[in-house]
Design a protein around this ligand. Sequence first.
Ligand code: FCB
Length: 446
Amino acid sequence: MPPAEFPRDFVWGAATAAYQIEGAWNEDGKGPSIWDTFSHTPGNVVNEDTGDVACDHYHRYQQDVGIMQELGLNAYRFSISWPRVLPTGSGRPNPQGLDFYKRLVDALLAADIQPWATLYHWDLPQELQDRGGWSNRDTVKRFGEYAHVVARELTDGIDRWITHNEPWVVAFIGHLFGQHAPGIRDMRIALQVSHDLLLSHAEAMEAIRGESDERDRIGITLNLQPVHPQSDTQADEEAARRTDGFSNRWFLDPLYKGAYPEDMLEAFGDDAPEVQQGDLERISSPMDFLGVNYYTRTIVRADPDSPVGMAQVQAEGRPRTEMGWEVYPEGLHELLTRLHRDYRPPAIYITENGAAYDDVVTDGEVHDPQRRDYIHQHLLQAHRAIEEGVPLGGYFCWSLLDNFEWSFGYTKRFGLTYVDYYAQERIIKDSGRWYASVTRENSVES
Ligand code: FCB
């Protein structure tokens, strides 16, 4: 079989997020974020790990850009720490914080790597949380101001913008299940947060558009997955439809259709968010692209004993990653073709995809054939979707480096590059070397 060739201008990247790699949590004027508070509170993160030092990327960014070059990347997705730029969330910007991102962007451009900046990858300034966080509509305005500052200061070097990373996770893991900062467990708050995040996306998009030129492209990144019923009984199919509504349509419909899905509004009842006149028009104003984070699918069945009437099911006999997530590459093709059919984004980018495995260093090398295979299989499914007409423009592997995996601390390694956290040494894994051959050849073996 000839190799699967990708389009000529295909974007090959890797992704990271500020809190997961930067460290320097209280240096150079940075204010505390909700993740500083959360990880410093015992019981929230495995081993009581924190992002205080992480990969020390704040001090080692030049070395890390060198790794990107070795991987042959033509793009790098990173996030900007809001409290590094605006220590209390609003007011006067912190010049040293902005300066870090200017230096990073300069280093990327010098290496011919296109910067893709995410404005919010979960590290809300603590001061704003103290005033109600994302369930306070005022935070939406503050996010717009922050976006404005960043766009004004960095627009010369950055022309790819992602407003939010995975608002579903922020709203529900952070405010319903309480496993992420700020650790709240309240459905009504979670749903209000989901609406305010979408509104803040609109606010930020308007702010960036005001500062940008015709080269700039703005989108949002959602975590999405196909939801399958365990059987074809009506009850299981209904459970799958409901779960799809909760995890996919709840964000896609307002963004692309200007309305929350009726069935979900009904299901949420009195917990549904307060929506003001004009909100949905702003939320659905056209974006340049949709960012998709895909890791696995979800299988559900009806469960009358559960308070939500359904339960998640594990597929039997399927390979799993160290996160316990089923390896299901076909789901990426199913998801991409469905997005293209139902929502028609002008462009789609896979902004995260990757796998955690229990890597070990042997004689200074890391042999991780499972990760290579995971990425390979997903790239083949992405390629299939492109051949069928899906406007997929690029792929970012999660992650450039092993890093702080939120409530799992440093116990899950997703990197193309191994990080020894004690010595702060980096070793490009076999999967990283293989990915370098893919980015250079613009193709994978089929
Ligand atoms: C996604 C997050 C990212 C990383 C991966 C494994 O949900 O966006 O920060 O934790 O999962």
